[in-house]
Design a protein around this ligand. Structure first.
Ligand SMILES: NC(=O)CC[C@H](N)C(=O)O
Length: 216
């Protein structure tokens, strides 16, 4: 092993759907060697993984199709650092409050349980399903982070080992959103309801993850 404080960690982006290219670019700018992950061998070669936004039911299905569900579950059990954005947060959670369970068979979303939280998938209302706000992010210096929410989940319950990193400010114009928890961390795993990869020129959240991977 080289000097862990200066080495460029290899960080994968789960590349089955969603905003993969934006995460890869943000990670590269944040000091990581970033690679798309679609196969078990690719997963085995990374020090940490980003689970991007998209659609958590589709992501669950594609993880099965690409034979990645079980290997990824195992790496999370083994303590691999991970960062989930939006649908990625849902996949890392312990349970989904508003699960649309089919009449028979397996649930449509099978979260990995790497974060001891309950999320609500379609949380921020249907009429206005996207909004943006600035929020304070614990562990990220340099002022508020601009947060873009797109059909985003929020965190409804947190276990005692979970640290809340960010919540929607109380003066938000978005109905019912004030005070909602939108970023959490447990050990080397963290998640945001919003999409920092869409904010050009601000890599602070990705840098935060690169630091976690380096320290691990
Ligand atoms: N932008 C997103 O990732 C949306 C997440 C979506 N609502 C889901 O259930 O997976």
């Amino acid at each position: 092993m080289g000097d862990v404080t200066t080495a460029r960690p290899v960080i994968g982006v789960l590349a089955l759907q969603g905003g993969v290219a934006e995460h890869l670019a943000a990670l590269e700018r944040s000091g990581a060697d970033a690679r798309p992950v679609r196969r078990p061998e690719e997963l085995a070669a990374v020090h940490g993984l980003v689970l991007p936004g998209g659609e958590s039911t589709t992501m669950t299905r594609l993880l099965d199709v690409f034979d990645l569900y079980e290997p990824l579950r195992q790496r999370l059990v083994d303590g691999m650092p991970a960062y989930g954005s939006c649908a990625g947060m849902i996949m890392l959670s312990g349970a989904v409050a508003d699960e649309d369970r089919p009449a028979s068979g397996a649930p449509a979303v099978r979260p990995f349980g790497a974060l001891d939280v309950v999320v609500r998938r379609n949380a921020f209302g249907r009429q206005v399903d996207s909004f943006e706000t600035d929020l304070d992010f614990t562990g990220v210096d340099g002022g508020p982070v601009h947060a873009v929410f797109i059909r985003a989940p929020w965190v409804e319950k947190v276990g005692s080992d979970v640290r809340v990193l960010a919540a929607v400010p109380d003066d938000t114009a978005q109905d019912g959103a004030a005070g909602r928890i939108v970023a959490v961390q447990q050990g080397p795993v963290f998640a945001t309801s919003f999409h920092p990869e869409l904010v050009r020129g601000d890599e602070r959240v990705h840098r935060y993850f690169v630091q976690i991977v380096r320290a691990h």
